[in-house]
Design a protein around this ligand. Structure first.
Ligand code: MIC
Ligand code: SF4
Length: 645
């Protein structure tokens, strides 16, 4: 029987298990990378494990999120990350070098390899034919310390592309928005999206990377494209052709599902507030005024697309009342745009050029005003993520953002006579790795620097045999990790200090939550479907755990958040009968006896609603390894224990 691309890569990296969907598979990882907002925890955890030097072939510590330095905290974190990378044998990508995913794509990603990153958009590397998976910091830390990476084998779905994009106003962004429209933010949960079909060759590596980047919004474990002539072209242009291998699915490869997508049918789309799957054709909103446009991020920052943006803005001025912010994803692209004059065109049109970092995408500056409409070429528009709950964020391709910035409102792009230039894919990029500090051989004199805001990672006490706790919050479907642990310029600098950041748990949903939680002796949270979707931030597990979270009972969980809960000793439980979700209310006291029994996979265990006087069943679906982690109080406690024995 033929093999698909995922099976080929997994089999070449398999340590144990097999590629049968649902089973456990252990994989040898080639590359691990971290970013600063999740990286301080990851590196503190790596340090706590006690292995002196990373054991993976390549580790990179990026700084891209926490870039506003309004006090000492972010700068202290950068210094910590620089020093611990030097001490531990990792590359350090200095602030200003760009957003992890884009820089990694340019300088390190390679077809056929496996990478982990402490960020949900790590699958950007799938554009080059790499299996790139987003994980929590602790998973990354243990793998850097030599552990095998374990995954519940996802189903592999083929997205079969045919036709060609109707350029210029339809871009790769519209491909993924179309998939989000069809499949929703939970359509990819438990799945890997493998792209194939004759339409693949119409897409460059950077366009493919836009699609795999936003596969995270489908909830997919990762997404991957074949490695072909276009991949070779890109790698040659990055002077890395030695990293190229060809990678295709066999003709008779099998898939759990096949989705057909004709690129020629795709129209310019937008995701309306407040979810990336709330997608409609952009022309339906013609006439809607805008206040802000943001172009860039890790999703849409290729050199080609940025040049096209510049060609739209050329000799124009953005409309009155509109602010245009541009954050190119990497220094490579930024430098090339500066040298060829594109950046000058943007500035002349009125763009506010930001540094090469996440910026407004995560509310690190650039928050829109009250009631404002912001159009962004980014990947997430969860309510409040931009830094203002009372603003409306629409996601769309960068060319439309530039067009609407000039017009001051949404228009049907078919009706404009503004021209977009088409550019050939560059045959050589400007290579300047001077801001990537390579690993050091002699680390004996390097001192790890820790500012006063960097605190130890808390560890949970091992699990008892019963849980009696109050339901502190009952939530609906698709709760994001931004809902659980908000970001933004005020809260993000506290990522290295769990006691301080825990003040803000569920803050945008209930600003009294942290205070209430502290007064309870342990609590439970009730969730609907796809609980914990979105970002990989393990703070959404650690901080609630620190406040006393014992278990989350939900209809289903997003993959990374479920792993993060387990890694920090919190039980992710499922309602055996989903209708029990309706009966339970905030304030109810729940008793789960014989919890350890409940750790055994699909075996349900009884929970009692002491307040309402009825019983219901919950199930953990934990595998043996996960059950062991919960019992020990989490992965850190477990790893330390297995090292000392
Ligand atoms: C995001 O896009 O939500 C983030 C901010 O990059 C997160 C990581 C974080 O919260 O630090 C992600 O995607 O995992
Ligand atoms: Fe940064 Fe936004 Fe990309 Fe997350 S999605 S890595 S915040 S640019």
């Amino acid at each position: 029987m033929g093999k698909n691309i995922v099976e080929k890569v997994f089999e070449a990296h398999r340590v144990y298990g097999d590629t049968k969907a649902g089973g456990r598979i252990g994989l040898k990882v080639d590359q691990v990378y971290t970013q600063d907002a999740t990286g301080t925890m990851a590196w503190l955890q790596f340090e706590a494990i006690g292995v002196p030097r990373v054991k993976v072939p390549l580790a990179v510590s990026y700084v891209d999120h926490n870039m506003l330095q309004s006090d000492f905290m972010n700068a202290d974190d950068h210094a910590f990350l620089e020093s611990i990378a030097a001490k531990s044998g990792a590359y350090f990508s200095r602030p200003g070098n760009g957003i992890s995913h884009q820089v990694h794509l340019e300088r390190f990603s390679a077809p056929g390899r496996i990478a982990l990153g402490t960020d949900s958009h790590t699958p950007t590397g799938g554009g080059i034919g790499m299996i790139a998976i987003g994980v929590g910091g602790l998973d990354a830390a243990t793998v850097m310390a030599g552990a095998t990476f374990e995954l519940r084998m996802p189903e592999v779905v083929l997205v079969r592309l045919s036709g060609k994009l109707k350029r210029p106003w339809v871009t790769a962004m519209d491909v993924i928005l179309e998939l989000l429209r069809r499949l929703t933010v939970k359509g990819g949960v438990g799945k890997i999206m493998e792209y194939g079909g004759p339409g693949v060759k119409d897409l460059s590596v950077t366009e493919r990377a836009t699609i795999t980047n936003m596969g995270a919004e489908l909830g997919a474990t990762t997404s991957i494209f074949p490695s072909d002539e276009r991949t070779l072209h890109y790698l040659k242009a990055q002077r890395r052709e030695k990293d190229w291998v060809e990678l295709h699915a066999d003709e008779d490869a099998e898939y759990a599902e096949i989705i057909d997508l004709n690129l020629s049918d795709i129209v310019p789309l937008t995701a309306q507030p407040h979810s990336p799957d709330n997608v409609i054709p952009v022309k339906e909103l013609a006439g809607t005024k805008i206040n802000q446009a943001c172009i860039g991020s890790c999703t849409n920052s290729s050199y080609q697309i940025m040049r096209q943006v510049a060609s739209i803005l050329k000799e124009k001025t953005i409309a009155e009342g509109v602010s245009l912010l541009v954050n190119p994803g990497s220094r490579q692209v930024y430098e090339m745009l500066a040298r060829d004059g594109s950046a000058a065109e943007m500035i002349a049109a009125g763009a506010r050029m930001l540094e090469s970092s996440c910026g407004p995408c995560i509310g690190m500056g650039g928050a829109p005003g009250t009631g404002h409409v912001s159009v962004r070429s980014y990947n997430r528009n969860f309510q409040g993520r931009c830094g203002n709950k009372n603003a409306s964020v629409y996601l769309m391709n960068p060319l439309l953002c530039a067009l609407f910035a000039i017009k001051g409102e949404f228009i049907d792009p078919e009706t404009t006579d503004i021209k977009v230039e088409e550019f050939e894919e560059p045959s050589s990029y400007r290579i300047n790795d001077s801001m990537l500090i390579p690993p050091k051989e002699d680390t004996s004199k390097i001192k790890v620097i820790k500012g006063p805001n960097i605190k130890e990672v808390p560890v949970k006490s091992p699990l008892g045999d019963s849980i009696e706790a109050e339901v502190a919050l009952k939530l609906g479907n698709n709760i994001t990790t931004d809902d659980i642990m908000p970001a933004g310029s005020k809260i993000l600098p506290l990522r290295s200090n769990i006691p301080a950041i825990s003040e803000y748990v569920f803050h945008n949903i209930d600003d009294t939550f942290s205070k209430r939680a502290r007064q309870l002796s342990g609590f439970i949270v009730i969730g609907g479907e796809n609980y914990g979707q979105g970002s990989s931030r393990e703070h959404a597990a650690i901080a609630p755990m620190y406040l006393g979270l014992q278990a989350v009972i939900a209809k289903s969980f997003a993959r990374i958040h479920r792993s993060n809960l387990i890694n920090f000793g919190v039980l992710p439980l499922l309602f055996k009968d989903e209708s029990d979700y309706e009966k339970i209310e905030k304030g109810d006291k729940i008793l789960i006896k014989g919890v350890k029994e409940c750790l055994k996979g699909e075996k349900p265990c009884k929970a009692e609603n002491l307040t309402k006087g009825y019983t219901f069943e919950v199930v953990s679906n934990l595998n043996e390894r996960e059950a062991e982690l919960i019992e020990k109080g989490g992965l850190l406690a477990h790893t330390k224990e297995s090292q000392s024995s």
